[in-house]
Design a protein around this ligand. Structure first.
Ligand code: HEC
Ligand code: HEC
Length: 390
């Protein structure tokens, strides 16, 4: 048990380092709302949480690899560390009061949704807790003169699961997608890109490390973050994903983690968004940095939605938010793109920041090449438990 936890902790570090999503398992069909106990046939063969862990009483029936992401959702919702509810080496023990309270809270959350929202997951831990162990029950007093235009939505994520009802008089979603493709250089130029090789730095927690990224069409990608003790690796070979830390066995990606890696790896994402989405809606505008952006929500078959934000002026993609599903709610991964430059006829962002509830990092590219040979060996998964070579 302690080994598994240690690995998951390592994994969180690796994920923050290396641009892969938190290991989340998406449910099928009604992913954003789905009741946790409803298992799709696709998940039926995978191990259940109670089969892998020792003391599961409420979250019975969820896929085992969704348990840790669900715990991450709880921690993010309450703004606490795992130790708030667990002894570090005895996660199955019930000796901490908050853990017992959390079980009751889960039952309460399911009941609220069942009794009031037809079982749709409208209320989650975050709805009340908002990053606090003790939810506020009393409205706050004004701390300054209210600005003239109060009432902006606080959080884009809060509405993630809704399909969007806001009235909109601007352009239609597919016009925005087409403008985006034109701004990048046109679909022919985008689809002509076969490989992309990037060199740069990754900045996180005050550190700055060199990083190399190799991409090959349609959707292979591997990144090597050069740490003093060796390379940390995040890779996706078109169907499998894995993470490596120096001196440790690789860790395979599952569920939404894989989904996120596939999105990041897609060299032709811009031209493929349209077919990826079963439904697209413009959800008004939002300010991102100095830019005013249109927000488009794309629904996908059996997966959580993706939100994309296009600059009103240039048409370029400024932000993408994808979600990992857990048994209790969605965990967002937000990527902000900037510093677009022309590389052999296609505009590519030279800078992006990836943020999650647990942390964020920024990658700044210094050198980029396209359509240069990239060795297929880079995308071959090392056999676990073999250690990663440098
Ligand atoms: C607010 C309380 C709370 C926090 C914070 C929390 N957990 Fe949990 N955890 C629980 C509860 C409750 C269960 C039991 C769920 C059930 O009975 O269905 C559980 C179960 C587990 C289990 C299963 C143990 C077993 O063998 O039965 C693991 C592993 C775990 N948590 C890991 C974590 C990790 C890692 C974190 C930090 C990312 C974390 N938890 C944060 C409340 C919490
Ligand atoms: C409908 C609102 C609401 C929802 C939803 C909700 N909580 Fe709570 N929770 C509360 C309130 C209110 C308290 C009591 C706060 C206090 O004692 O100050 C509380 C207390 C707790 C505590 C005890 C904190 C402590 O310091 O001991 C834990 C743990 C907790 N909630 C976990 C959860 C988890 C996990 C979820 C989601 C499964 C959740 N809550 C969902 C309202 C909510």
């Amino acid at each position: 048990m302690s080994e598994r936890i240690r690995l998951s902790a390592v994994f969180v570090v690796a994920a923050v380092l290396a641009a892969s999503a938190i290991a989340l398992k998406q449910d099928k069909a009604q992913a954003p709302h789905g009741a946790p106990a409803v298992l799709s046939p696709a998940n039926a063969s995978t191990k259940k949480a109670e089969e892998q862990f020792k003391n599961i009483q409420v979250l019975k029936g969820i896929p085992a690899d969704q348990l840790i992401p669900t715990m991450q959702f709880i921690s993010a919702s309450l703004g606490v560390e795992c130790e708030f509810c667990h002894e570090p080496k005895a996660f199955d023990k019930d000796d901490k009061k908050p853990k017992q309270t959390a079980r009751k809270m889960m039952e309460m959350m399911f009941a609220i949704n069942k009794d009031n929202f037809e079982g749709h997951r409208e209320v989650t831990c975050y709805s009340c807790h908002r990053g606090n162990a003790h939810p506020q029950a009393i409205p706050a007093v004004a701390t300054e003169q209210a600005p003239a235009s109060a009432g902006q939505p606080q959080h884009a994520h809060a509405e993630a699961a809704q399909t969007g009802t806001k009235e909109n008089s601007g352009p239609a979603a597919d016009q925005l997608l087409e403008k985006y493709i034109r701004a990048l250089g046109g679909s022919a130029a985008i689809d002509k890109v076969t490989t992309r090789v990037l060199k740069g730095t990754i900045d996180f927690e005050g550190k700055s490390l060199p990083i190399d990224i190799y991409c090959k069409a349609p959707d292979e990608r591997v990144s090597f973050t050069h740490m003093p003790e060796g390379d940390s690796v995040t890779a996706f070979n078109g169907h499998e994903g894995w993470l490596g830390m120096p001196g440790r066995p690789i860790r395979e990606m599952h569920g939404s983690d894989l989904d996120g890696a596939a999105i990041d790896a897609n060299l032709h994402l811009a031209t493929q968004l349209k077919t990826m989405f079963t439904q697209m809606k413009v959800r008004g505008t939002e300010k991102i940095g100095d830019y005013e952006a249109y927000q488009v929500v794309g629904q996908r078959e059996g997966k959580p939605p993706i939100h994309v934000y296009f600059d009103q002026q240039s048409g370029l993609l400024l932000r993408l938010i994808r979600y990992g599903d857990t048994a209790l709610g969605l965990l967002p991964t937000e990527i902000d793109y900037s510093d677009y430059r022309d590389v052999s006829g296609v505009k590519v962002p030279y800078r992006w920041t990836l943020s999650r509830p647990g942390g964020r990092f920024t990658i700044q590219v210094s050198e980029m090449q396209q359509n240069v040979p990239v060795d297929d060996a880079k995308f071959v998964k090392p056999a676990p438990p073999e250690e990663l070579a440098k």
